[in-house]
Design a protein around this ligand. Structure first.
Ligand code: SF4
Length: 405
């Protein structure tokens, strides 16, 4: 059975990350997943990402135990289930980190920093904790849903980045050092370019890493970007995947069709979905989700401007026009036969299904599309039986189209 051996190292890397976070040796800054992690690291903070905790709660299927706790506390069960699962678990003094990483649970924040480039929900989520722990909170509010990122947009975001510096100085006790910032940007750039190469191995006819595996292996690019650890990890992973491509070994023996996944993962059903697709010869080769941590605009010579650009031009922050353009490029690069759009009920920000984008995408490209209803964490919104039959019918359609093309 096909396996990515670097997964063993991934466990070690993530374990060490959580051990360090809980050690209390350094001040801890909480950051959103596409927030200014490099700037925070340049002050020597350990950086913790609550969305990663939300994803872990989804993957371990503990989220649904805690969402109702947050609901009782006044949070709607229709809003981001990362937020409700995370806050519900916090109120219950529980965390899957205790069992999976033998840690004390989530680390106490000294500073909270968010970027609403992905959604405004993160601001409310982080504010709950800032109020609870009585620690400073500061955010970046970039222009949203952009066709193009203009010079004026960059200028606005650069100013907002710079506004964070006094908070970091005050909490960390360190003066801002532009050279440290440049170093972390360089490390982040090296890691993100390796991550991009990792993803691109799946353009191969024997793709070595599926979208489902990618969601697991993206751990370091989310939580450790700006460190040597992430760079080393992706070098090793890339070596293994390149060897597998050369040996023509991939996660599907005989690829009958290639699929692109748009939207959030369904964390609690990754294994089930991965097996379902592989068993019918369908390779889910790429996704908007995994591609969202490619920040190839980072430039250590222009650390503020390039960070502002990289974090503002991400897929989730773009107009429909820009999103369709990006999708078309990925579809052609990964030789995709059809696209699955996941309509995650509690994340409209990362669900591109609600205003007819899939239909317009289909009209423009001629590619078959399928909309799956589900959620990132709240499995009450996911009907397994219905989804399986929709997926099986879709894959049959793709295979039929390929055979008679
Ligand atoms: S983008 Fe969606 S899943 Fe992520 S934090 Fe925002 S609402 Fe939650």
């Amino acid at each position: 059975m096909y396996k990515i051996n670097t997964s063993k190292l991934l466990k070690e890397v993530m374990q060490n990350y959580f051990t360090r976070l809980g050690s209390g040796e350094k001040k801890v800054a909480w950051c959103t997943s596409v927030g200014p992690a490099e700037l925070l690291r340049s002050f020597g903070f350990e950086v913790y990402f609550p969305e990663n905790h939300g994803a872990l709660m989804g993957a371990t299927r503990t989220a649904t135990d805690f969402i109702p706790v947050a609901t009782k506390y006044g949070f709607s069960n229709q809003i981001c289930s990362y937020t409700t699962a995370d806050i519900g678990a916090f109120i219950s003094n529980e965390s899957p980190l205790k069992k999976h990483y033998k840690s004390e649970g989530i680390p106490k924040p000294d500073l909270l920093v968010y970027n609403t480039n992905q959604c405004r929900e993160v601001q409310d989520w982080f504010t709950f904790y800032a109020d609870h722990f009585k620690v400073p909170i500061v955010g970046i509010h970039p222009p949203r849903y952009l066709d193009e990122v203009t010079k004026d947009d960059i200028k606005q975001v650069v100013d907002e980045f710079k506004r964070i510096i006094p908070y970091c100085e005050q909490v960390s006790g360190c003066k801002f050092d532009i050279d440290h910032f440049k170093e972390t940007i360089k490390l982040s750039k090296d890691a993100t370019i390796l991550w991009q190469k990792v993803l691109k191995t799946s353009v191969s006819d024997t793709p070595p890493m599926s979208f489902f595996d990618g969601t697991i292996h993206m751990g370091p690019i989310v939580v450790l970007r700006g460190t040597e650890l992430a760079v080393d990890y992706y070098r090793k992973l890339l070596d293994e995947l390149n060897s597998n491509v050369e040996a023509k070994t991939g996660f599907v023996d005989d690829v009958k069709c290639r699929i692109f996944w748009d939207g959030m993962p369904i964390w609690g059903k990754l294994r089930m979905l991965s097996d379902l697709f592989s068993n019918v010869g369908a390779a889910v080769v790429a996704s908007t989700y995994c591609n969202s941590w490619i920040f190839d605009d980072f430039d250590e010579n222009e650390p503020f401007e390039s960070s502002a650009l990289a974090y503002t031009k991400i897929f989730i922050n773009r107009s429909e026009f820009a999103k369709i353009k990006m999708l078309k490029e990925w579809i052609s690069e990964y030789k995709v036969d059809g696209v699955i759009f996941h309509d995650a009920k509690t994340c409209f920000n990362n669900s591109n299904t609600r205003f007819g984008l899939p239909q317009r995408f289909k009209e423009q490209t001629g590619l078959p599309v399928l909309v799956i209803e589900g959620d990132l964490c709240d499995l009450r919104f996911f009907s397994e039986g219905q989804s399986i039959s929709k997926i099986e019918t879709f894959v049959e359609q793709l295979e039929h189209q390929k055979t008679f093309k």
